[in-house]
Design a protein around this ligand. Sequence first.
Ligand code: GDG
Length: 466
Amino acid sequence: MAVIVVSNREPYAPSVQDGRVTWTPSIGGLTSALDPVMQREGGTWIAWGEQHPELGHADLPPAAPRYRVQRLALSGDEVQRYYHGFSNGALWPVSHYFVERAQFRADEWAAYRAVNARFAQAAIDAYRPGDLLWVHDYQLALVPGLLRAALPGARIGFFWHIPWPAQDVFRTLPWDRELLSGLLGADLIGMHTAAYARHFQDACERTLGIETGPGTVAVDGRTVRIEARPIGIDVGAFETLAAAPETAERAGRLRDNLRTLVLLAVDRLDYTKGIPERLDAFEAFLDAHPRARGRVSLVQIAVPSRERVEAYLQLRQQVEGRVGRINGRFSRDGWTPVHYVFRGLDREELVAHYRAADAMLVTPLRDGLNLVAKEFAASSADGVLLLSRFAGAAGEMPGAIEVNPYDRDGLAERLLAALRMPLEEKKARLDGLRRHLRDSDLRTWTQRFLHDLAGPDLLPAALLDL
Ligand code: GDG
């Protein structure tokens, strides 16, 4: 038995220099979650070959190949309509409650269907009886249905990484029925929170008129399970990196350069992450507390994202306008209130930032889960986590200070409380958070999902001791 993973993003991205190809693991949770299990089990990973599609399929990891990445080459038109169009211009905003930003276009929906069919066909070609199929995320919602039609007896899992919105929001999608039916091709559907799973069941009842039970939906004589399974992180990897002497040195240098208390925020530059609202709250904080001026700095790491979508270009202007305004208003005596970094950091640099921060601001307007919050909690020695009540992770992380990103003045006051928190309380909160993270680590997440998908009789032995 082998595992077949189907995802939009490829696990390793190739780069070519002087005719030599180097494969680098892609940034993000999916590669860290699934690469280890693929390395153990072998199998096939089907993904869009975004970089250098001409290279075709690859056996990875490069040093000791264990599984095959089947790289689909998408045309410019497919990328535009399927990825930037329907996935990121319709499904993403609706799922995050930004209905007014969504654009519903029939040609983009047609491209979404066609590209989902290409992914499904590649998985069908790779499939051998007994294999486990695991499809990921909102770009590929129709794939489980297509797989089920072609492979009625297959075991198909799906994980939805973003929020599932309340029914009145979901039903704004003109193709709500098709999306639901597509997903219901799976045997097991995972979501980050119980609320998302409930919303999904609501949609099945009200849009499709299907009966649901506790955590189940009955369809075509099959029972589909819908479960809350929040993704974890590789806690050990973050703890080890955070404790390394080089990290302490880097963190020390960062703090020496700033010479103030450090507030940190790390996000893809996305309108769901609440970056302008956070900057407004920081400005309100500086207005309300003149003594904080010169003593507190905000470091905002904004990772470039989806730059071909108009809304994202506008967001960048909005954010940079605010950074300029705050720095223009408050900078003095060599102190700059906002340090704005518009690029991704490497893992070591990222963890050094987590380590240097007195408080971490994770304040999305809406977020499926939010891995940054978990990574900070695993890396920090004595920092405070402020976490939006609209991040899926909030329910799991009571050790964080809960904030409402829409409440500018409230958020400003919470900042002050975080910076004044006694050391023992900070440490106690981090200890509690870390205990939970260890119990729900990434390997456990992957192992449990595949275990439950396979059923005990079919479980590959190696999955037991991942
Ligand atoms: C989607 C859902 C859900 C970020 N900046 C740098 C960097 N990162 C890494 C982080 C983290 C990942 O990217 C971001 O994950 P998030 O969960 O915060 O957000 P999304 O990208 O929106 O992810 C989200 C997730 O899927 C998983 O299901 O939690 O809700 O939206 O791992 O560390 N990594 C490096 N440099 C950076 O500058 N190396």
